[in-house]
Design a binder for this molecule. Structure first.
Ligand SMILES: Cc1cc2nc3c(=O)[nH]c(=O)nc-3n(C[C@H](O)[C@H](O)[C@H](O)COP(=O)(O)OP(=O)(O)OC[C@H]3O[C@@H](n4cnc5c(N)ncnc54)[C@H](O)[C@@H]3O)c2cc1C
Length: 509
């Protein structure tokens, strides 16, 4: 058994090298931490599960340095049109209009295995990250200084690894979560669906709708998503008592697809039956162990937020572990910062999952009378003319955690990323970290040490996305966290000084 030198533990160990584990490894590695990441499998999961992502994730990919490499595997998400009982349009989900607030198309479809490969290539460039594939975590023990993992390789060899922190990114059946006794809260959603991915040929493509569709039909609610290229996904609800295994056979699947396609119009890429759940970890940290991604939450796929949620976890935790590791925050402040990870993410995930469940209830109504009522209500709400609803409107802000105590509009939201005169997006030009963005009408406090000041009065933006944001929230300055979420907003000099003082005191507390 190889035993790692206990005198030089890794700063962080990550179990699970899916999208959440890979993004976390990249962020922590870039932040200078010595990272160990393992996965029991050797290859990325070859079949897509997630099919959509959003501009927040593209900005995160930008931070990791892979936005350009990922772009060829993405396409703009077509609008999703919801059709009611009698085939009438009852809702239309779109994306926010240009200029795009984060610098990227707000909703995208993508090919998950290719994007995961790009992520792994990036991690491989980081010398401080050790990747162990074909390596399963079997057990863990934590003490006051760190965590020791017992690992078994697929050739039978065993190994121990020690790290200051451990993050379980090991998916829905997380062994890390089980080992530290974290329970999942059931948000009461349990439905059987068949998910089908098809590579459709030109003849089939010509027959299919040109937008994504939610068929809100009580007989059999289902979803059609237009994926990249000729990839089309169907999510088809199964009826009570229906044989899920039979539905997932090629014959059963083609029968369910017969409304849209015949077998000579496409190739089945994958068909699998799932029970969609809504589950959230009751705790996200136990001592030196954290959970992230599907290990911490699972949600129904409506609006395609599952992986996005996991990557938000990674972005939230990475800067906090980085700050503690560098010694930017110490003692009780460090503990509070690390505890804020679970406080922030759990509430955000609960709120979003509750909204996704509500969307699922609209789509999945099986009672004909209630479905007609739903159609009438949705149409009445928009005065009979369906308006476009941007998918991003559904995303909640951070309500609690490492934020200014002064609750005001804009706090806890994701700050925009403007394009700047002279070229480039804000993060390209100014990097991440703690930043103070001024719209040009306020001066930076003289004692704002530790904050990078981005004065748009001196470095103007070209599309007005920050100006629009400031107008909307009634501010002239925003203090940004390293994950681009807004710590606090100020509208005048005294408020700005107070905000910077508060931020300083929180870091030093
Ligand atoms: C049908 C379907 C549709 C979806 N659509 C979308 C969508 O459109 N948009 C979206 O954002 N999300 C979507 N999701 C959700 C998304 O796919 C998941 O949330 C995401 O893949 C989870 O990433 P993860 O890294 O947390 O976990 P996983 O991808 O599950 O990775 C966990 C990794 O941990 C490894 N592992 C497990 N146990 C151990 C161990 N003991 N030791 C070592 N390694 C271990 C596994 O091998 C695996 O590689 C969908 C999911 C499904 C099922």
């Amino acid at each position: 058994m190889a035993v790692q030198d206990a005198a030089t533990p890794y700063d962080a160990a990550i179990v699970g090298y899916g999208p959440a584990g890979a993004v976390l490894a990249a962020l922590l590695g870039q932040a200078g931490l010595r990272v160990f990441v393992c996965d029991r499998l050797r290859e990325v999961y070859a079949i897509p599960r997630a099919i959509s992502l959003d501009h927040e994730i593209m900005r995160l990919f930008q931070q990791i340095g892979i936005a350009d490499a990922v772009a060829p595997f993405t396409e703009a998400f077509t609008p999703s049109e919801y059709f009611g009982v009698d085939g009438q349009l009852i809702r239309r989900m779109t994306m926010v209009d240009p200029p795009f607030p984060q610098g990227y198309t707000p909703s995208l479809v993508f090919t998950q295995p290719e994007v995961e490969r790009v992520l792994r290539e990036r991690v491989a460039q980081l010398p401080q990250v050790t990747v162990a594939l074909g390596t399963e975590m079997q057990s863990l023990v934590q003490d006051a200084d760190g965590v020791t993992l017992a690992l078994r390789r697929d050739d039978g060899a065993t190994q121990q690894v020690r790290a200051r922190w451990l993050i379980g990114c090991d998916g829905g059946s997380s062994a890390v979560r089980a080992a530290v006794g974290i329970e999942l809260e059931d948000l009461d959603f349990d439905e059987p669906w068949l998910v089908v991915d098809v590579r459709v040929n030109p003849r089939g493509l010509a027959r299919l709708p040109q937008t994504s569709v939610q068929y809100c039909e009580p007989e059999r609610p289902c979803t059609l998503v237009i994926g990249p290229g000729n990839h089309r996904r169907w999510e088809i609800s199964l009826k009570p008592g229906e044989d899920a295994a039979q539905a997932a056979t090629p014959q059963g699947t083609w029968q369910l697809l017969s409304r849209w396609l015949s077998p000579d119009e496409g190739t089945l890429w994958r068909q699998a039956s799932y029970r969609f759940h809504a589950l959230v970890a009751q705790r996200w940290r136990v001592g030196r162990v954290f959970v992230a991604g599907d290990a911490a939450h699972m949600q129904p796929p409506f609006l395609g937020q599952g992986m996005c949620q996991g990557l938000r976890d990674a972005a939230n935790l990475a800067w906090k572990l980085g700050a503690v590791q560098r010694g930017d925050v110490t003692g009780a402040a460090a503990e509070a910062l690390l505890d804020s990870y679970g406080a922030e993410r759990q509430r955000h995930v609960r709120e979003l999952t509750t909204k996704l469940k509500a969307i699922g209830a609209v789509i999945g109504e099986r009672d004909l009378a209630k479905a007609r009522e739903r159609d009438a209500r949705l149409l009445a709400e928009c005065g009979g003319v369906v308006k476009d609803t941007p998918r991003q409107d559904v995303l909640p802000r951070l309500e609690t955690g490492w934020l200014s105590a002064r609750d005001r509009s804009g706090r806890g939201t994701l700050f925009p990323q403007p394009r700047l005169e002279g070229g480039g997006l804000m993060d390209h030009r100014f990097g991440g970290g703690w930043r103070l963005v001024l719209d040009g009408s306020l001066a930076a406090p003289a004692d704002g040490a530790g904050l990078a000041v981005i004065d748009l009065g001196r470095t103007p933006e070209t599309q007005g996305v920050v100006a629009a944001w400031m107008r909307h929230h009634g501010g002239h300055a925003a203090l940004l966290r390293p994950d681009h979420y807004v710590y606090g907003v100020a509208a005048h000099t005294a408020e700005l000084q107070g905000l910077v003082n508060e931020w300083r005191a929180a870091l030093a507390a």
